[in-house]
Ligand binder design. Structure first.
Ligand code: KG4
Length: 343
């Protein structure tokens, strides 16, 4: 038997996602519908649009998830009644986006009379390491870098996490998006900047490495963003043509240098022998190469989940839910969505 079968829903930002995990931890289906095209023309995620698009997408995404899971499990059909539990991301994120998934999941759990499980989005990102590396186990240091989050987590054990440090202002992905916007490169900015940067000189412009030597594991990105915007304005005022590849490469290198330095400090502080990545910025090739070098030098195992698992997805939420189910830790149906919640 495949039991338990758990369906998880994720709607914390601009991805509507559903996944079904079976008792062995195998993802029978893992469906993601991105809204990115609807937000691109506004240069960022518009919360109100995100909520509405989740409402439009969530039924279809779940239907597709049931279809694919039935196929993967070689059974004719799968419905809510065949599940053992319904799980959902309850925090943190855009609260109006979260609330769509939470209300839908609670409704489904109630109607089908199944246990309901709430999952913290960032715990999902920690579990995402299992998707590419099934033998992954704590202790580990995990760097989460996305459009909304920038933090280093010490995963001491399953369920035992310490946030070692986080950004005090912008997230890394946000900085990429803002710099891209200033350069007219469109949204999302990360991929555009890394493309441009590949043709540029990373040492051309000495942008600040904020908090590089602060001695702690916090980050600050807003000063770097301002430095880049100031550089752009100065160049334009002086009548110079912008060297976009050099700006992108120098900005990117400033980000990567700090990320790598803090990762090394975190690894030394904790003694962890495994380092993992999560979040959309983990797609950045220069960042990945720098971590390969760092972990090679320190003799630390590096786990970089596939890009589909780094970004928001419901598979990682389902994997957390499977552990909650094993402990029979269920949530009441009056559980709510929260914009903020500690890991
Ligand atoms: O995890 P994610 O898909 O969801 C949000 O947090 O919204 O992360 C998206 C973020 C965006 O800010 C995007 O610009 C950034 O990840 N990103 C990158 C790259 N690809 C995506 N940043 C740097 N380099 C990349 N190659």
């Amino acid at each position: 038997s495949h039991r338990p079968l758990i369906l998880a829903i994720e709607s914390s930002c601009d991805e509507t996602a559903a996944a079904i995990v079976d008792g062995s931890g195998e993802l029978a289906a893992d469906v993601v519908a991105s809204q990115i095209d609807f937000h691109a023309r506004f240069g960022g995620v518009v919360p109100e649009i995100a909520s509405r698009k989740h409402i439009e997408a969530v039924c279809g995404v779940c239907d597709e998830c049931f279809d694919r899971a039935a196929q993967a499990l070689s059974i004719p059909r799968l419905t809510w009644h065949d599940l053992d539990a319904v799980a959902v991301t309850y925090a943190p994120g855009l609260v109006g986006a979260l609330v769509v998934g939470v209300a839908f999941a609670k409704g489904a759990a109630w109607a089908a009379d199944k246990p309901f499980i709430g999952v913290h989005h960032l715990e999902g990102h920690l579990y995402a390491n299992k998707i590419g590396a099934p033998d992954f186990a704590p202790p580990a240091v995990v760097s989460l870098v996305s459009g909304g989050n920038t933090l280093l987590v010490h995963m001491k054990d399953w369920g035992d996490y310490e946030t070692l440090g986080a950004t005090i202002d912008d997230a890394v992905g946000e900085a990429f998006d803002k710099v891209a916007k200033a350069l007219g490169l469109g949204y999302p900015g990360g991929p555009a900047i890394s493309r441009e940067a590949a043709r540029g000189d990373a040492s051309a412009i000495p942008f600040p490495r904020a908090m590089m030597h602060s001695g702690d594991l916090r980050f600050s990105l807003s000063g770097l963003k301002t430095a880049v915007v100031t550089h752009i304005n100065n160049e334009r005022a002086a009548g110079h043509e912008l060297n976009v590849p050099d700006i992108c490469a120098s900005f990117q290198q400033a980000v990567v240098d700090v990320q790598v330095k803090k990762a090394e400090t975190a690894l030394r502080q904790t003694g962890a022998r495994t380092f993992c990545l999560g979040g959309g910025v983990a797609a950045n090739p220069v960042l990945r190469a720098a971590y390969e070098k760092l972990c090679g030098r320190l003799g630390v195992r590096l786990i970089m989940p596939p890009l589909s698992a780094c970004g928001d997805n419901a598979g990682m939420i389902a994997l957390v839910a499977l552990d909650r189910f094993a402990d029979q830790r269920f949530y009441d149906l009056d559980a709510d969505a929260h914009a903020h919640a500690d890991l």
